[in-house]
Design a protein. Structure first.
Length: 399
């Protein structure tokens, strides 16, 4: 039985292909779009293809069958888990202009019980693909998008029926609007306005104080705030990449984290000199600690805030893509451990190198893990002239 209408699925595909890609301009005639989609999202594939074809583009498809990932870890040797087809990956990234990844899980916890070291080994090798993507993106020659197609199993983790889960997605992505793209352009304008105001402030340090958090984060030099850009649908956040050498204090996160097909919950982190010196979780702690042990994954790569007035997401979705953009009474704040964003370098991505990253405290890692809290907190900016200014309170930007 079909749960969601053809009209909604077509709108969803058009938002991704004809709007989000190419920095909110949509793909151009002749563009090549690499689509990575799991079998669980099979129903969505014809709509994505139609949008690509209508735009004059070409689809390069990677279709991932259900039920093979667990065997890969159960049976595969370390050598097999470590293998990366580098010539193929280089050729693929060289060929495509855009990358679309659809998140969809027939079993969100299929890797429970797998040695976290093996999962991290595989992630490290997948980092080769992401590194090549980023290099091409930094040159302005590639854009990407991540979106979600729900399943019964994913809805169950969020304690919803599939119908209820779809209702949340439709509402969050403005698919219930006559013209979702126009609505996204309106929201994007508000995000751009917030970014502009933040970038006019000469912020040295951010102090975060509230329920379960007392944290000081140094922004570092040559930083700008970013947001939007079509990388995620939905996306309401405004974020920056702080100086990974300057974080002091602690934070407890309210939201569970689904990562590498494992559930991690009740996360608390303590920072000293920018480094995580203590990490705990009520569930999945072994996975959390193994991730943090990876190179660069014990330091910050992102600090992000979402204004509750923009976000239509008010329920826990058991998927970071949505949970890191949630609204509700206090909006949300999330931190990412691992890789920083070159787009937060004020001199531009074309001049961004590993030497630049090291000099200005941008983090480098094959890990980038977003952890979300929806607890009440106040964010105060300490400007370089010593002035203090509250920039976020009660889930809203105050600038």
């Amino acid at each position: 039985m079909k749960i969601i209408s053809d009209e909604i699925l077509k709108k969803y595909a058009d938002v991704i292909i004809k709007f989000a890609l190419n920095d909110y301009k949509g793909i151009r005639k002749g563009d090549k779009v690499y689509v990575r989609i799991p079998e669980a999202a099979r129903e969505f594939l014809p709509y994505l293809q139609k949008s690509i074809l209508e735009s004059g583009g070409h689809m390069i498809l990677e279709y991932i069958p259900d039920g093979i990932l667990r065997d890969f870890f159960d049976i595969g040797s370390v050598e097999q888990l470590s293998y990366t087809p580098k010539k193929y990956v280089r050729s693929l990234i060289s060929e495509c202009d855009h990358v679309v990844r659809i998140l969809s899980e027939s079993d969100p916890k299929q890797l429970e019980g797998i040695d976290p070291k093996l999962i991290m080994l595989r992630q490290k090798n997948l980092g080769f693909f992401r590194s090549l993507m980023q290099q091409k993106e930094n040159k302005g020659k590639l854009t990407w998008n991540i979106s979600l197609f729900p399943t019964k199993a994913m809805a169950k983790e969020a304690k919803m029926t599939l119908e209820e889960y779809w209702e949340e997605i439709v509402h969050a992505c403005f698919l219930d609007e006559k013209d979702p793209v126009s609505k996204w352009r309106e929201v994007t304008k508000q995000i751009e306005d917030t970014k502009s105001k933040l970038n006019k402030l000469d912020i040295k340090t951010l102090n975060v104080l509230g329920d379960g958090v007392d944290l000081s984060i140094g922004l570092g030099e040559k930083r700008i705030w970013a947001g939007g850009g079509g990388r995620n649908i939905p996306s309401f956040e405004v974020f920056t990449s702080p100086d990974n050498r300057e974080a002091e204090g602690y934070i407890s996160f309210s939201e569970p984290l689904y990562i590498y097909d494992n559930l991690v919950d009740g996360i608390t982190l303590k920072f000293k000199d920018g480094k995580v010196v203590k990490a705990s979780a009520s569930k999945g702690e072994k996975v959390l600690k193994q991730m943090i042990s990876e190179k660069g994954a014990n330091r910050l790569g992102e600090f992000s805030l979402t204004d509750k007035r923009l976000s239509r997401i008010h329920r826990f979705m058991a998927e970071t893509l949505f949970d890191e953009n949630t609204g509700g009474k206090f909006g949300n704040m999330h931190l990412a451990l691992g890789q920083s964003f070159p787009e937060c370098f004020s001199e531009g991505t074309k001049d961004y190198t590993s030497k630049t990253a090291k000099k200005y405290g941008f983090n480098e890692s094959h890990i980038h893990t977003d952890i979300v809290t929806r607890k009440d907190r106040t964010v105060t900016a300490i400007l370089r002239n010593g002035t203090k200014k509250v920039i976020y309170q009660n889930g809203e930007f105050r600038i």
